[in-house]
Design a protein around this ligand. Structure first.
Ligand SMILES: O=C(O)C1=C[C@@H](OP(=O)(O)O)[C@@H](O)[C@H](O)C1
Ligand SMILES: C=C(OP(=O)(O)O)C(=O)O
Length: 444
């Protein structure tokens, strides 16, 4: 028997105020740093999505006590280090989970075998294994460092590592390994990526030195973690996830008559590239009540129906600040007039799916003119609602699923997706939230 899909049908205006679910990146890190630290870490607002729950389970297998105390409220008792797991560590669908945990584990004299679901087993791990091997870790696995693989850590040397691609996961893996490397580590970022690991390491008591150095008109970020850091448990309040808020907000922009507010959205400028881009397209997107929470700015974002959006060229250097948001940007672009050109996003091809290929295929199936390039794509909108009326294959990718369901709320005919269960990796409660705003989403 195959599981039912999910179908979204165009209907009336979306209206209401909702709260963004907890940020996935920060939720993963709160579990991992809590387990590495000595003492108690308490977390509120944790995203209880499948990806983060996989990290919680992994932290138990490395010896931490991890308990849920209420909705979004968790307690982690860390022992100041990782113990050797007695079984395979399964990180499910979560790239952030496995890459950060491999980095953290490499600092200890232990042997751990990692695996994941079929999507994660197809994703490149060499990008993390290369710097870890240069620090002295060893690993054994199949070709090109695909999972499953076994990592042996301990006795690490320091490293100065220039990131070959803009990846916060690789940066974080090196920094976490660096906690137990002789001489500390330095990561050099030609393009700044989300800085949640650096911020949270500081909140746990570590010294992290960040320096932006000008090279001509380009700024290169140097992040240094000196040797001998001790992490101490703390309290983490997780802000709302801008990558999840993107879905109800884009729905508000494209469904006629809508007004949707998402409260408590993190506004870290290394995450808000989508909102900047939508405003450049002419979207009626306003940010209010900006405040600080646990070292991050948060605000309430309101999206009002915006029938006159225009296509734009998205600057490639903005990609790290919105890398997970291109599929939903492409949906907004399909309702705008003119070309939206998205380049410098080759990293999209190595996410949960090849997101350039699947976004292009899904939009084309819904009657949208899309041109795929090796490292980007162009969406040509007509200013009219696209035809819709397709069953979109998601290859188990939560963001591809949610993006096309949002399209279906404003297209001329319903859109269905397969594998709706995967949405819970990052946004459990997505369908209920959209229904609460007035969206017609039903099993199909
Ligand atoms: O560090 C993180 O929490 C993440 C970094 C990004 O991946 P890359 O580091 O591969 O760019 C992003 O796509 C992912 O959803 C979460
Ligand atoms: C790419 C993503 O996550 P991860 O790399 O953690 O699987 C995502 O959530 O869009």
């Amino acid at each position: 028997m195959t599981a039912a899909g999910l179908k979204s049908t165009p209907g009336g205006a979306l209206r209401g105020t909702v709260r963004a679910p907890g940020d996935k990146s920060i939720s993963h890190r709160s579990m991992i740093l809590g387990a590495l630290a000595s003492g108690t870490t308490t977390v509120e607002g944790l995203l209880e999505g499948a990806d983060v729950l996989a990290t919680a389970q992994a932290m138990r297998s490395f010896g931490a006590r991890v308990e849920q105390e209420g909705v979004g409220r968790w307690r982690i008792e860390g022992h100041g280090g990782f113990a050797e797991p007695s079984d395979v560590v399964d990180c499910g669908n979560a790239g952030t989970s496995v890459r950060l945990i491999m980095g953290a584990a490499a600092g200890f004299a232990l042997c751990a075998t990692f695996t994941g679901d079929s999507s994660l087993r197809g994703r490149p791990m060499g990008r993390v294994l290369d710097p870890l091997a240069r620090m002295g870790a060893t690993w054994l696995g199949r070709d090109k460092g695909r999972l499953p693989l076994t990592l042996k850590g301990g006795n690490l040397r320091g490293l100065s590592y220039k990131l070959p691609m803009a990846s916060a996961q690789v940066k974080s893996a090196v920094l976490l390994a660096g906690l137990h490397a002789e001489g500390g580590v330095e990561v050099i970022e030609p393009e700044a990526t989300r800085d949640h690991t650096e911020r949270m390491l500081r909140a746990f008591g570590a010294e992290v030195i960040v320096e932006d150095r000008a090279h001509g008109d380009h700024v290169v970020r140097h992040i240094r973690l000196p040797a001998g850091q001790k992490l101490v448990g703390t309290h983490v309040s997780v802000p709302g996830d801008p990558s999840s808020a993107a879905f109800p907000l884009v729905a508000g922009l494209i469904v006629p008559g809508s007004e949707v507010t998402v409260e408590g959205v993190m506004l870290n400028d290394l995450r808000t590239g989508l909102f900047t881009t939508l405003q450049e397209m002419g979207a009626d997107l306003t940010i209010a009540n900006v405040r600080e929470s646990s070292g991050e700015q948060v605000g309430d974002i309101t999206a009002r129906y915006s029938p006159s959006m225009k296509g734009v060229v998205v600057p490639p250097e903005r990609a790290p600040a919105m890398i997970d948001e291109y599929p939903i940007l492409a949906i907004a672009a399909a309702f705008a007039t003119g070309e939206t050109i998205m380049r410098g996003v080759g990293e999209m091809r190595v996410k949960e799916s090849d997101r350039i290929a699947l976004t292009a295929a899904g939009l084309e199936a819904c009657g949208v003119d899309v041109e795929e390039e090796p490292e980007g794509f162009i969406v040509r909108g007509t200013g009219q609602a696209p035809r819709g009326g397709a069953m979109v294959e998601t290859h188990g990718d939560h963001r591809i699923a949610m993006s096309h369901l949002i399209l279906g709320l404003a297209a001329q005919a319903p859109v269905s997706i397969d594998e709706p269960g995967m949405i819970a990796t990052s946004f459990p409660g997505f369908a209920e939230m959209m229904r609460g705003l007035g969206g017609d989403l039903v099993e199909a």
